[in-house]
Every structure is written in structure tokens, then in C-alpha cells.
Write a protein of this length. Structure first.
Length: 136
């Protein structure tokens, strides 16, 4: 098994491709074939896999989740600001982990797939992802 933590730079609110950062973290991994599990250690951000070519997909994702989750009058949990509860909801809906096959030392994603960081806070700091690889 191989495991390391990756600290991402600070990203603005929205959906961001982080595939290259994850691939870079695997450079020192001795395992060539197996499973890569990614887990983000935050309750106001998410991980998902989606379209990696057209940035309008990421813009549409942000618009959809903002329209459906932001600033509801019935939210009680607003200790850290108006985006506090919406960020938790988006994280819960999208999830905090993804699993990807590792083949010959590379992420075995589809041609148009990339790993997204969903940054759901207006003023977040860098996020931490635990990368775990199991295999041969």
C-alpha cells in the first residue's frame, strides 16, 4: 500500500480540474497496477469525476449547485457565513471521495474524464487530499 497527503493550492469557489496534481502525487508510488482512492478531508469541498475538456461543464456545474443549494431562508447553520451550509450540502451531495483504477502507473480515466475539486466556499484555504493506492 502507498499513501500520502496532497495539499492543494487555494482555489476560488467553483469546480476545478486537479487531475494533474493527483498524477504528480503518484510519481513516487511504487505500485503500478491497482486502485487509487482519493479522500478530501473537508466538509465544505468535494471530489468528483466529469468532463475534462470543455470548461463550460464546470461553469454549468457551479451554476446548477448554486441555484439548488445556496442561501435558503431556513438555513440555521451560518456560523462561518452565508456559504457555510450550502457548502456542506454540496459536499454531501457530490461526495468526498473517488476511486480510479491505476494501470501501468497511470490513472485509468476515460478520454474525457478528469478529477474535479468542488470548492464550495468563497474564502477557503488550500485543501488536503489523502491519496491511497492499493495493488500490485
Amino acid at each position: 500500500m502507498f499513501q500520502k497527503s496532497v495539499r492543494l493550492r487555494t482555489y476560488p469557489r467553483g469546480f476545478h480540474l486537479i487531475t494533474h496534481e493527483i498524477e504528480h502525487s503518484l510519481k513516487e508510488c511504487p505500485i503500478r497496477n491497482g486502485i487509487v482512492h482519493l479522500f478530501i478531508k473537508h466538509t465544505s469541498a468535494s471530489l468528483s469525476i466529469n468532463e475534462n475538456a470543455d470548461p463550460s461543464v464546470r461553469a454549468d456545474m457551479e451554476a446548477f449547485f448554486s441555484e439548488n443549494c445556496d442561501a435558503k431562508s431556513y438555513f440555521i447553520h451560518t456560523d462561518e457565513g452565508e456559504d457555510d451550509m450550502p457548502a456542506h450540502l454540496k459536499s454531501a451531495l457530490l461526495g468526498v471521495s473517488v476511486t480510479v483504477p491505476l494501470t501501468e502507473g497511470r490513472l485509468n480515466l476515460g478520454t474525457w474524464q478528469g478529477i474535479y475539486l468542488g470548492e464550495h466556499r468563497e474564502h477557503a484555504s488550500g485543501r488536503e487530499i489523502v491519496v491511497t493506492v492499493m495493488g500490485e
